[in-house]
Design a protein. Structure first.
Length: 290
């Protein structure tokens, strides 16, 4: 990254934060509340990965959720979506992707301490091995820990076997990845696996149809642009709000409000404009940097 790119990225981040702040203030002003937030975490430890949150930050966030929100399981959300059952306002669900050992080591004790349910999506080919997160090798969960958590308010979902970009493999491979990982988890925990999360949040119509045909209750395309929750549309493509090392505590609070949905809409429209004008393509690069 050149110096001018670094400066541009910094201003871009500043502009992004300012937009979030304005949207947050509008939320407060008009008393608009987000019905359901589904949070996405990866690693909870001490490392330099962007997708990491330190145990200290995580505890502050969990304490805030405990005191200000209704943290519910994915099963409860599922009931809400399937049967139109009412959930309390300000419902939040906590999810983790990949299956890092530090989630057992650092997050699980805190979830127990505050009595919060969660869901972990396991990449079965990496169980008991190491997996890179932002180029940093991290130890992965073993079946003993997965089973223990599954018996203590942590639901287990599948995140494929080898963590491929499912848009880049043929449909037969995608099917094997999802089906076999689910079977392996079920055999190890002795429970039905109802949830699927797509690696890198990559999904398309074919994948959604495939997952639906396999009888999953929920599937996540974690980083797709539709970050807002609509129970009547595409219930298999629910979007999550990612929490990583770049999310300061004030931003964590903002990300639990409607501001996140409004921002996503602005982002979608902005990206349409950017793609119409090739000279704006640099903006896309800035997005990757911040
Ligand atoms: Zn992943």
């Amino acid at each position: 990254m050149t110096v001018s790119e670094k400066i541009a990225a910094r201003y871009f981040l500043l502009a992004k934060n300012l937009i979030y702040l304005v949207l947050y203030l509008l939320c407060r002003l008009f008393r608009r509340q987000k019905k359901v937030s589904i949070l996405l975490y990866h690693s909870i430890g001490i490392n330099n990965a962007k997708a990491n949150v330190t145990p200290e930050q995580f505890e502050i966030q969990m304490e805030y959720l405990k005191n200000n929100y209704n943290v519910v399981s994915l099963d409860k959300i599922m009931k809400f979506v399937k049967e139109g059952k009412s959930l309390p306002n300000k419902s939040v669900t906590i999810t983790f992707d990949d299956g890092y050992y530090n989630v057992y080591q650092n997050a699980y004790p805190l979830l127990k301490k505050y009595g919060l349910p969660a869901t972990i999506f396991i990449t079965t080919g990496y169980v008991q091995k190491q997996m890179p997160l932002n180029q940093i090798q991290l130890r992965m969960l073993g079946w003993n820990e997965i089973k223990e958590m599954s018996n203590n308010a942590v639901a287990i979902g599948t995140h494929t076997i080898t963590h491929p970009n499912l848009e880049q493999v043929d449909l037969e491979t995608a099917k094997e990845e999802i089906l076999r990982s689910r079977e392996e988890i079920q055999a190890n925990i002795g429970k039905e696996v109802k949830y699927f999360s797509s690696p890198y949040g990559k999904d398309n119509e074919d994948i959604v149809n495939l997952v639906r045909s396999m009888g999953f209750d929920y599937a996540f395309g974690s980083l797709s642009s539709k970050r807002f929750f609509r129970r009547e549309v595409n219930r298999l493509i629910l979007n999550r709000t990612e929490i990583d090392s770049s999310v300061a505590f004030w931003m964590f609070k903002v990300k639990l409000t409607k501001a996140v949905d409004w921002y996503a809409k602005i982002e979608q429209n902005a990206s349409k404009i950017v793609h119409k004008f090739p000279f704006l393509s640099k903006v896309d690069l800035l997005y990757d940097m911040v």
